[in-house]
Write a protein of this length. Structure first.
Length: 326
């Protein structure tokens, strides 16, 4: 038994002849190690839960890919739970992950509320939050400088000569959205725009939300000449509506998104956007989580990553190549 254990776990040298005998017996018997029994002995499940608002959103999908790759390299499996921004679903997933005794949870919370992250921490499940901050809660976090992203968008539209820029925000309960809008309006205010002109049209984070928001905006303010959308799906939806209304982009209407999903470079015209390091966010979250698992008493860590403006055709000169500004 000990020889078999050493071959499977590679814990001690076993001669080539003995190793071959063990591997041959395993093949003949169809033997597979019992991962549940092993996890009970080690007090580790080697499993991580990932809770995210919308698995169909390319932004969250890119973060999750970084998490999966990071966990795989360290021998952890990943369970993905998509809440659809639904608090009840989030609670069910949190309870399930606690009952399954996962080693840790990486969480992109619904509506920036504390309850379910608090439940994980009270259950002594190592937890890292990503993208959405939870002020007042002592939890490791990987965040983005959303204020800076909004500021870069407003600064760029003003510099390009647009005089009636409007913001299409996502759900306004989201702290990242609030920060992006605040940065955007501050950039315009510093350049002589009346803050009252920084109109925010709230919507969801889907293509259709951007389309509907733009339809409402032009019905109310037909003289708008630029749009900053708080994610790329909103921006693409707004762009589609604008083209249907015969706007010439970027000459008559400039559009800037946020996220830099893969689709952004392939729209017509290609979308100017604020790029987030999504894959790196996932990798950083794994690093923080593993540190918390290995050394539970370390001080709380918060990582805040930068963003950059990627200028493409929807707000710059048509046909110009991409540029990056931080």
């Amino acid at each position: 038994m000990s020889t078999v254990s050493h071959v499977i776990n590679q814990t001690r040298h076993v001669s080539d002849a003995k190793r071959e005998q063990v591997l041959l017996a395993m093949r003949d018997l169809g033997y597979r190690p019992n991962s549940l029994a092993r996890s009970l002995r080690r007090n580790r499940s080697l499993a991580v839960g990932v809770i995210l608002p919308d698995c169909s959103n390319p932004f969250f999908a890119a973060i999750t890919r970084g998490i999966e790759d990071g966990c795989f390299d360290l021998g952890y499996t990943v369970t993905i739970c998509s809440t659809d921004e639904n608090q009840e679903k989030e609670q069910i997933y949190v309870t399930s992950l606690i009952e399954r005794q996962v080693d840790g949870v990486i969480m992109m919370v619904t509506q920036s509320k504390h309850e379910h992250a608090t439940l994980l921490l009270e259950s002594r499940i190592p937890t890292v939050v990503v993208d959405r901050d939870l002020p007042g809660l002592d939890v490791d976090a990987v965040l983005i400088d959303n204020y800076r992203g909004g500021y870069l968008a407003g600064e760029h539209l003003a510099a390009m000569g647009y005089r009636r820029p409007i913001c299409i925000a996502g759900p306004y309960y989201s702290i990242p959205v609030q920060d992006r809008v605040r940065g955007y309006c501050d950039a315009l205010r510093e350049r002589g725009f009346d803050p009252a002109d920084c109109v925010v049209e709230a919507g969801n984070f889907h293509f259709q939300g951007g389309r509907q928001a733009f339809e409402q905006l032009i019905a109310q303010q037909p003289d708008i000449d630029a749009v900053f959308a708080c994610n790329d799906r909103l921006a693409v939806g707004a762009m589609r509506s604008a083209l249907e209304h015969d706007y010439v982009i970027p000459q008559q209407l400039g559009i800037v998104g946020f996220d830099d999903i893969d689709l952004a470079a392939y729209t017509t015209p290609a979308l100017t956007t604020i790029a987030q390091p999504t894959y790196v966010m996932g990798q950083q979250a794994v690093a923080l989580l593993l540190q918390r698992i290995e050394t539970p008493d370390t001080p709380i860590m918060m990582t805040r990553l930068g963003v950059r403006l990627v200028v493409r055709e929807s707000s710059g000169q048509a046909g110009a190549g991409p540029q990056s500004l931080s």
